[in-house]
Ligand binder design. Structure first.
Ligand code: SAH
Length: 352
């Protein structure tokens, strides 16, 4: 089969076999990419119209007990200046976001033990009480089933936990031995079982990634049926073991995003900050590849430069309001509009 025939098959059947996945990510041409993006874009428009959901991301702590080789806030990075926002700071970010039309707040952070269940549940409950019409998404890494359950009961709606790679040997190349793929996968299953809208995902171009590992990622996502998928290019950080590695390809990122959209038409798919960092108009390209979500940064200016997962991260020297205006402008330039609404999975029609 040609690559375009493979894309058509994916569009019809929403599944490919491993060899087909490998072929397309390995041998796609510029024309194949354009073809996939166009089909993905049409799929997204059929599901959501030319509407983009905005999620405000609040990076509330860069303290982390993990040591992922790619990540700028890894425990062993002594050059990273650490911070933790307090409850009032977090609620102030939400207030600014709410005024700007956000109806989803994403709390993201390192795996910081200070934010135990009691504290985290308190934060979630406070946000939900203050903004009952808003969704809360958490991105706090790996926690126990009991912890995820408590957070769900406190009102959390969604959870983002990229699986990073579905191949155990590749996972081991990206993480120290004690961080295990089985644990990550168990967390994802727990989250789904608890009724979270659950997001998994990968970086494109991490050291050791191959067509075979990417095929495994796609097969995993086919089976897992996530409500959200996060995909962005790997970008090296100067104070990590991967400082000398190559950046991930923007073209391959766009291809994988487009294929995710075609495979799972309803999935909530953000055009990521990493994509916007790798290329100036990266986030626009992401929308044109079928993404339907953008996540502007609501973190206070004082901490922006400290939440550096990778070098030259976009948006760290502008305020939340400036970032929002810029992204709205970018969406408008390609004929899309930002919606005020929670933007839950499968409920797009009820949000208008
Ligand atoms: N600690 C949380 C959330 C923070 S990391 C967690 O583990 O889920 C959020 C995501 O940023 C990671 O899942 C990873 O895919 C991405 N990321 C980290 N370092 C990166 C880098 N150098 N380049 C691109 N993306 C990166």
């Amino acid at each position: 089969m040609t690559n375009q025939e493979i894309i058509q098959k994916l569009n019809r059947e929403h599944t490919l076999d491993s060899k087909e996945w490998e072929q397309i990510v390995e041998t796609y041409s510029k024309e194949d990419l354009d073809y996939a993006m166009e089909l993905a874009r049409k799929t997204a428009i059929a599901e959501f119209g030319k509407m983009i959901y905005f999620r405000g991301i609040i990076e509330f702590s860069n303290i982390c007990k993990n040591d992922c080789y790619y990540c700028g806030i890894r425990k062993s990075n002594k050059a990273c200046s650490r911070y933790r926002l307090d409850f009032d700071d977090i609620l102030a970010c939400c207030a600014e976001g709410y005024e700007n039309g956000f109806r989803t707040f994403v709390l993201q952070g390192g795996e910081d033990g200070w934010f135990d269940d009691a504290r985290m549940c308190w934060i979630v409950r406070s946000i939900k009480e203050t903004y009952p019409d808003c969704a809360v998404t958490l991105s706090l890494g790996e926690r126990s089933f009991a912890s995820y359950k408590a957070l769900k009961e406190a009102g959390a709606d969604r959870y983002l936990l990229r699986h990073e790679t579905a191949d155990a040997a590749h996972y081991r190349m990206l993480h120290p031995e004690y961080q295990k793929l089985e644990i990550r996968m168990q967390c994802l299953k727990d989250l789904k079982a608890l009724g979270y809208q659950t997001g998994c995902g990968i970086m494109i171009g991490t050291p050791g990634q191959t067509p075979e590992t990417l095929a495994k990622d796609m097969k995993f996502m086919e089976a897992f049926q996530p409500e959200m998928i996060g995909v962005g290019p790997f970008i090296p950080h100067k104070d990590t073991p991967f400082r000398g590695e190559k950046r991930g390809s923007v073209a391959l990122t766009l291809l994988v995003l487009a294929l995710c959209r075609i495979m799972l038409p309803k999935v909530l798919l953000p055009s990521t900050t990493a994509l916007g960092t790798a290329e100036t108009d990266g986030r626009k390209q992401g929308i044109l590849a079928g993404c339907n979500v953008v996540m502007p940064n609501l973190s206070p200016m004082s901490v922006r430069k400290k939440y550096m997962l990778y070098d030259e991260k976009a948006g760290t020297d502008i305020t939340a309001a400036e970032g929002i205006t810029l992204l709205k402008q970018q969406m408008k330039e390609i004929g899309y509009e930002v919606v005020v609404g929670r933007g839950d999975f499968g409920k797009e029609k009820e949000d208008d």
